[in-house]
Design a protein around this ligand. Structure first.
Ligand code: CA
Length: 365
């Protein structure tokens, strides 16, 4: 099998959105080329629900087709009607950094962290496609005189990967994840740190996160990332049996974060403590069903080095260590700022698989 191309939804010159495959700098209109109505739809959901045999069949037929449009002729759309959205917290470096910043006199990791992939339910309805402008959120901000309501002053990013469920189920085992997960997108989980820090106890993230989550437009099939599979770090203590798989694999994917064009971080996905299979197993372990269109994201990807941190609260150490952007010392996002997160992975035979990028610009509140 050759290269497995990424899928998305696009429109041309105001026409109806439809499913396409990206091949280099071109896009194949699958409904037109294959005559299958499952692709004449405004989301990938119907195709994703058909399962891995069908994904493989279409993946191999795509290699025989020529591009219908040039990439710059099409407008990318949100590729999936997002069903439920869960965000995990799977990087030990990120969780430790946040622990040190938010609870400086306590152990960096909470007692549960090495026993389960910690996560929370996010807001599916505000997942947007790359290129969508992000309006600065408003909310309650703590001050010495009590809370005030106003625009966030500590608007941040989180560089993550997201996994899209094609075939649903309950109590999915780690060994079965490839039967359920269709593909991978790059995620920016926009985060208002001031809203978040006042509201989050005791029930976790809420309005500091729910205003917007951006994803890349082209979904890289999980099968295209076989050459990127690696072992996840040693897990000590050993997790409970339902989180163990025959093979505990992670993904050797390199992320790049650009702030107004300046490369500020290269977070390595390879070091993530919890695997995608463990995340999906955990989120369905209680009997809750996953369904077609579910998005579960990894949580911020951070490595051990400063220039591998996947959020600005970590990069600037809660604002104490500004970084120079356009010659100015900066800590959090200003109106007009643009952030781009890109990702790439090893492909077959020494090639690289580009997962594309997720981009967003901040508009005033
Ligand atoms: Ca997050």
């Amino acid at each position: 099998m050759g290269v497995i191309a990424p899928y998305g939804v696009f429109s041309v010159a105001g026409g109806a959105p439809r499913v396409g495959v990206r091949v280099g700098e071109g896009v194949i209109d699958l409904a037109a080329e294959l005559g299958d109505e499952v692709f004449a739809r405004p989301s990938l959901n119907a195709f994703m629900a058909q399962g891995p045999r069908r994904w493989a069949e279409i993946g191999s037929r795509v290699n025989e087709l020529d591009a219908t449009y040039a990439l710059d002729e099409v407008t990318p759309r949100l590729p999936v009607a997002i069903a439920d959205y869960v965000d995990f917290y799977a990087s030990e470096h990120h969780a430790s950094n946040l622990g040190k910043l938010l609870r400086p006199n306590a152990a960096p990791l909470l007692p549960n962290w090495k026993h389960m992939p910690v996560g929370y339910h996010g807001r599916a309805g505000t997942v947007v496609v790359s290129g969508t402008d992000i309006v600065r959120p408003c909310g309650q901000l703590a001050t010495p005189d009590g809370p005030v309501f106003g625009p966030s002053r500590r608007l941040d990013i989180e560089a993550e990967l997201g996994f899209l469920v094609g075939v649903g189920g309950a109590r999915i085992t780690p060994a079965n994840v490839a039967e359920h997960v269709f593909g991978v997108v790059v995620v920016n989980d926009w985060s208002a740190r001031d809203i978040q820090s006042w509201e989050y106890a005791p029930l976790g993230p809420f309005l500091g996160k729910s205003f917007a989550t951006s994803i890349s437009p082209w979904v890289t099939p999980l099968a295209a990332l076989d050459a990127a599979r690696i072992r996840t770090p040693i897990q000590d203590p050993e997790p409970l049996p339902y989180l163990r798989g025959a093979e505990r694999w992670g993904l050797d994917i390199d992320l790049e974060v650009r702030w107004n064009g300046r490369l500020v971080s290269r977070p390595p996905y390879a070091g993530m403590y919890w695997s995608p299979a463990q995340m999906l197993a955990h989120l369905t372990a209680n009997g809750a069903t996953a369904r077609t269109g579910d998005l579960f994201a990894s949580g911020t990807v951070s490595g051990p080095a400063r220039d591998q941190r996947g959020s600005f609260i970590e990069l600037t150490w809660n604002g104490a260590e500004p970084i120079a952007i356009g010659g100015e010392p900066r800590t959090f996002l200003e109106d007009g700022d643009e952030v781009t997160i890109a990702a790439a992975a090893p492909g077959p035979d020494g090639t690289r698989v580009e997962l594309g990028e997720v981009r967003g610009r901040i508009l005033p509140a």
